[in-house]
Write a protein that binds this ligand. Sequence first.
Ligand SMILES: NC(=O)c1ccc[n+]([C@@H]2O[C@H](COP(=O)([O-])OP(=O)(O)OC[C@H]3O[C@@H](n4cnc5c(N)ncnc54)[C@H](O)[C@@H]3O)[C@@H](O)[C@H]2O)c1
Length: 284
Amino acid sequence: MGEIRNVGVVGLGAMGAGIAQLCVEAGVDTVGREVSAELGEKARDQIGHFLTRKVEKGQLEQAARDEAVGRLTLTTELDDFADCDLVIEAIVEELEPKRELFAELDRICGPAAVLATNTSALSVTEIAAATTKPGRVVGMHFFNPAPLMPLVEIVRAELTADAPYETAYAFGERIGKTPIRCHDTPGFVVNRVLIPLLNDCIRVLDESRVTPEDLDTGMKGGAGWPMGPCALVDLVGIDVHVHASEALYEKTREPRMAPPPRLVAMRNAGLLGRKSGRGFYAYD
Ligand SMILES: NC(=O)c1ccc[n+]([C@@H]2O[C@H](COP(=O)([O-])OP(=O)(O)OC[C@H]3O[C@@H](n4cnc5c(N)ncnc54)[C@H](O)[C@@H]3O)[C@@H](O)[C@H]2O)c1
């Protein structure tokens, strides 16, 4: 274990594309895998677009931008991960596809490679159990959008060995994130606290008949939050928040984790927040 020269990112959706961007910006050769060449190209275009905006803002030189984009290789074949020292998985949030993927990566990657999952709510230990070397499996839980949010939770599963764990921690620092260490428990650290708290906020909307605007004003002005809870749920995506709440509720059976009916109704009606143009607030 030790130096990371080549990284693989599996799944170049919202999170994977952001993680791949961080890797290439940090000067690391990166292989990105999507299910089709078109989806891979779409992610590369998006990364190129974000890096161009950094050039326009004077945060990055044009030559450095071009070099960064050039460090990303696209593939649809998992075999292209054979030389990777670290693979970060960011595919759909479902246990079986992740377990199947880790079993394949375990077969394809060299014995010293570290395998990381970006799961938000699944058990890293259960994913690791699909491999023959669970000691090299860790969680690297980034936050959305990965290029902008500083935190990465470095999650130690039941059988994670020290060296791969520290390799993942050091890599988080190397790509400019602020890593914290934690064990594999439902919601890890931030979501374990934030999800029930946001659910409480939404329940208060009905209990105290405060408006979303006033609730947001209240939490900003009275609790020092940088953003109100309704604006935050709109930003995260109401479908994403409901899904994460359900997953945590299933694991913990704590009533506060269950998604409030109001949010479930909004999700069912397609009011998903910013991405659908309407949630608690309307967006152009
Ligand atoms: N969106 C968030 O706020 C957030 C935050 C932290 C962690 N996560 C976690 O990150 C992971 C990805 O979430 P997302 O929001 O980026 O999802 P997404 O749907 O935007 O992206 C997933 C991508 O993976 C691709 N994919 C699916 N199976 C694949 C496979 N076998 N090989 C290669 N690509 C495959 C899909 O085509 C899709 O582009 C999930 O585990 C999620 O829980 C999400």
